[in-house]
Every structure is written in C-alpha cells, then in structure tokens.
Design a protein around this ligand. Structure first.
Ligand code: 13P
Length: 287
C-alpha cells in the first residue's frame, strides 16, 4: 500500500539520512527501483513529472501500475508516489487519482501567490493523508519544459511557506537539474544553514541530485536535507547500457531483438544506480 512521505521523511531527518526520490518513466523503471529498495530494505519516493505522467498514459495508469507492482512483487518497504514539480491543477488531479504525496511548485509565482496556492493544496491534501512538498527559489536547469533560474531561496520566504504546514520544503541552494556545468560553484551551505534555522524541523529537499559530489551530499544531509531527488542519472545509466547492447550487435544475435532482452541491460543499470544512491543517502535498512 502506498504511504505518505511524512513519516519516512521525519524519521530520516531525525536519523540524519535522506530518502531518495527516483523519477519513473515506465514499467521497467518502476520495477527496477521497487525491487532494489526492497532488496536493500529502504524507503523510497517514486517521482512522476507531469510530462512522465502523460507519457505513461495518465495518472490513473501510474497509480494502477505502481499499486499492482507493490502487490505482485510483495513490496513491503514504505513507498510514496509523488508528483514532481506539480502545477496547481496537476497536484489536485493526482490526489484524485490516488497519489500519496504531491509537490506543488509555486516557485515561479510571487511569494504571496505561492503562499495562497500552497495553502489551498495543503487544505485539500492533508485531510486525505497526502503529504505536500512546496518550493521556494526555483531550482536551476530545465526539467520537462519547466525552466528555473537557479536562485538561492530567501530564508524568510522559506519560513512563511513552512509555517503553512508543509510536509517538506524544496529550497534552491545553487542546485541544478540535469548535468552540472564545469564552472558550477557547488551547493551553498551557508544558505542551507540559514534556511534550516528559519524552518525549524521541516525536512528539506535537495533537487538536482545527479552529479552532486558525495561529500556535498553528506554535508547537505548533515544540515537537514532528508529527501534527495534523482532523475537524469538513471536516464544516463539506462541510455548507456542500451547503447552498449545495440552497438555490440546483441540485438542481431539469436532472439536478441526480443524487447525484454533489449531492455534488460538498462534495467540492471537502473538497479545498480539506485543501489549506489541509497547507500550514499544512508537509507539502507531504514524501512
Ligand atoms: P536530476 O535530474 O538533476 O537528478 O534532478 C532530479 C530532480 O530534482 C527532480 O525533481
């Protein structure tokens, strides 16, 4: 059964580790992540962008697929199904469809409008037991057409938003979606410490988990980050393994053209990436 992200994140913040949010794209992606977290006894958050939800056929398809996998694969670790960078309408739609967690990304609105809309989402979500992530200060880079300028969040605005009763807060600290450029300055830990001080005990979310050096990940966790989002890294791992399969001509040998065979190396690559990340984040054996 799907659970809200609240309890797993509060436990992570207290235990000084982070829960991974891994974005899903299809059945194989989802199955690879779920099997890996079950094998490693780790909680997990499955992230679905609006674009990925549409790609999979719609939010009801996603809910049906994830619930089916939880049952048929006997997944017993805590799993939350979460919309990633949801619009106001998107967040409401996934609550209806049966998601257990939502992100409402109002970071591109004025702070007043962000507050108003976040407040409304909280009112609707919390009574259904659905956890809510809000965002202040957009995350740099581009994700499914949503482009952020990579600013650093203002601690006072973070406090205003967390005071509304959000479950978790995404606050820009120089993090970027996708690959980091060679001249990236790194995470701003001073900003993170100020945000942490202003928001007391609300678990903080680090977006753009792909390519952040391990020492920065560890420092971020020590400063209150309890959820880390990873998307691009799994896509790169999948693409790399699939390219090797095709380039080595394996699809031309025997029944190598069977889609289940073509997808298998990418599936294993996703499993390996997730395993590495949950060890780094410290969520192994915390289910
Ligand atoms: P990356 O694609 O950089 O891993 O970021 C993922 C993310 O933050 C999803 O919201």
């Amino acid at each position: 059964m799907l659970v809200s992200a609240k309890e797993m994140l509060n436990k992570a913040r207290e235990g000084k580790y982070a829960v991974g949010q891994f974005n899903i794209n299809n059945l194989e992606w989802t199955k690879a992540i779920l099997l890996t977290v079950q094998e490693n006894n780790s909680p997990v958050i499955l992230g679905v962008s609006e674009g990925a939800g549409k790609y999979m056929g719609g939010y009801h398809v996603v809910v049906g697929m994830v619930n089916g996998l939880l049952k048929d694969l006997n997944i017993t670790v805590p799993v939350a199904l979460h919309i990633d960078h949801g619009s106001y309408e998107g967040a409401l739609k996934v609550i209806e469809a049966g998601f257990s967690s939502v992100m409402f990304d109002g970071s591109h609105y004025s702070i007043d409008e962000n507050i108003e809309k976040t407040k409304e989402i909280i009112r609707i979500a919390i009574e259904k037991g659905v956890s809510v992530e809000a965002e202040v200060g957009s995350i740099g880079g581009e994700e499914d057409g949503v482009i952020g300028a990579g600013e650093i969040a203002d601690p006072n605005e973070c406090k205003q938003i967390t005071d509304l009763g959000v479950t978790m807060l995404a606050a820009g600290i120089g993090n970027i979606h996708g690959r980091y450029p060679a001249n990236w300055k790194g995470l701003d830990f001073e900003a993170l410490a100020k945000i942490k001080a202003a928001t007391s005990d609300v678990p903080l979310v680090l977006h753009g988990g792909t390519g952040i050096p391990t020492d920065m990940i560890k420092e971020a966790i020590s400063l209150g980050v309890a959820k880390i989002n990873v998307n691009t890294e799994l896509q790169l791992a999948f693409a790399d393994a699939t390219r090797k399969y095709i380039e080595s001509g394996k699809d031309l040998e025997g029944k190598g053209f069977d889609p289940r065979k073509i997808i298998a190396p990418g599936f294993e690559a996703i499993k390996a990436s997730v395993k590495e990340k949950i060890h780094l984040f410290g969520s192994v054996n915390k289910a």
